[in-house]
Write a protein that binds this ligand. Structure first.
Ligand code: ADP
Ligand code: MG
Length: 439
């Protein structure tokens, strides 16, 4: 095929992928290049590792479906960092132990009175880890940008000092790895992994509550790093003193450096965030619409994004431009009211009875196909029939994280497109769910 032809096909695939999954569409898709397309394989060149990882985690299935629909063949997709662009040698990155999220940068973070201190302290720490505020402790309600800031500090520090070793992980992950190390009798390995980094970042540290042994281990990790002048950054949904059953020696250490609170954003900040998020997805929306969304959603930025997603989804499915009327219709009108009447409980009831499984099975860690399939179907239906966030859906199904829910949704979505029985089954379940008598 001529180069031109390949590029045209690739452009069509990208356009189709955007329609299939507007939520994960980004403006930087413009920078993607086709490296190779033939014999059922498509290699896509990405600007950097963060974007490649984002595509791999979030877009693989929509890209695969898009490629299949455009070419009429089964296509295997791979995402690689552009070879023609100069990227840092891999050896340097292999030392880095965090995977940055391409959306979560300082550039994409809107600063306002509610988060100014948290933002400024993160910037300061990224410029000089270990030398400014140590530890840095961020806290605030869910959805106010803690995880975003933690990623931004890490990618900035990694960019500036490319040999530093940064470890960023959720506290839950820290605890799980600790438990595994004990089970495997490899505590020394665990300790050397965490006590030798230059920067340790732990998200949602409130997860340590009531976990005495993990607290003890974290205490020693903290001391080892702190005494060596290494940077520690923590986030939580409340201040150190408010974390239930946290040992006093930890509470006091968390207060040694800087504790920065993040408050719910003001109206002006919300408007700017909606604009920023729209821009990131390659959309342009007028001020009127951004202001409308910002007036409707107050407390949580994740919900602000959710509102934007709903509007985009309505615009895509109805092939209409995003106008103020459409935005109002999407957030106020029939679509919302139809979605509002269906709860996750309705969905779970119908799915469990169809598959003859119990809710406790769906919430358990069981991974047998007889439980996994109904669990994934619940996630898919909840995503499509309600306005709950991925996190909330995961929460109802045994505290699974958003990537698990996202994976389930794309897997079932793909099955729906390729397997007629799945298509019929989902239609049948949806019909039953929408007919559940409303309380
Ligand atoms: P938290 O960890 O506090 O629960 P997150 O960092 O996950 O919240 O933020 C939720 C969403 O809101 C993310 O998509 C994030 O990018 C976005 N967000 C939060 N604060 C801001 C901000 N000030 N500017 C831009 N986006 C923000
Ligand atoms: Mg978070």
């Amino acid at each position: 095929m001529a180069v031109r032809e390949v590029e045209n096909i690739f452009a069509d695939i990208l356009d189709r992928a955007k329609v299939l999954d507007p939520v994960n569409t980004r403006k930087w898709f413009e920078e993607l290049r086709v490296v190779h397309l033939s014999g059922g394989s498509l290699e896509i060149g990405c600007p950097d590792e963060a974007t490649a990882a984002f595509l791999q985690d979030n877009c693989k299935s929509s890209f695969t479906r898009a490629a299949q629909q455009i070419t009429g063949h089964l296509v295997t997709i791979s995402f690689n960092v552009n070879s023609h662009k100069k990227s840092a040698p891999l050896a340097q990155h292999s030392e880095s132990r965090f995977k940055s999220h391409p959306d979560y940068t300082f550039d994409n973070f809107v600063v306002g009175p509610s988060n100014r201190l948290a933002h400024a302290s993160c910037v300061a720490v990224s410029q000089s880890p270990g030398n400014t505020y140590n530890p840095l402790f961020l806290y605030g309600n869910s959805g106010l940008g803690k995880t975003h800031l933690l990623h931004a500090v890490c990618s900035e520090a990694q960019k500036k000092f490319d040999t530093v070793v940064i470890q960023l992980l959720s506290c839950e992950n820290f605890v799980n790895r600790f438990i595994r190390a004990i089970e495997e009798g490899n505590l020394a390995g665990f300790q050397s992994q965490f006590r030798t980094v230059d920067t340790l970042v732990i998200d949602d540290i409130q997860f340590l509550r009531e976990r005495e042994q993990s607290q003890e281990e974290f205490f020693h990790t903290f001391n080892a790093l702190y005494n060596n002048g290494k940077q520690i950054i923590l986030s939580a949904d409340c201040s150190p003193a408010e974390i239930p059953s946290l040992e006093e020696r930890l509470t006091s250490r968390f207060n040694w450096g800087l504790v920065a609170r993040i408050d719910p954003p003001s109206y002006e900040t919300r408007v700017a965030i909606v604009q920023k998020k729209a821009h990131l997805r390659g959309l342009s929306i007028c001020d009127e619409i951004a202001e409308y969304i910002a007036r409707k959603v107050h407390a949580n930025i994740r919900e602000l994004e959710g509102a934007l997603t709903t509007i985009c989804a309505v615009a895509t499915t109805t092939s209409k431009q995003i106008t103020l009327e459409l935005a109002q219709m999407a957030l106020d009108g029939q679509i919302e009211s139809a979605a509002r009447h269906i709860s996750i409980t309705d969905i779970i009831e119908v799915v469990t009875s169809h598959f003859d499984v119990r809710l406790t099975d769906l919430q358990s860690k069981k991974r047998s196909q007889s439980v996994t399939l109904p669990r994934q179907i619940c996630m898919y239906l909840a995503r499509n029939l309600t306005r709950h966030s991925l996190e909330e859906i995961g929460g109802h199904l045994g505290g699974r994280d958003h990537t698990t829910v996202m994976h389930a949704c794309s897997k079932i979505g793909q099955a729906k497109d390729s397997e007629p029985q799945m298509h019929v089954l989902l239609g049948e379940l949806t019909k039953q769910i929408t007919q559940v008598p409303q309380a």
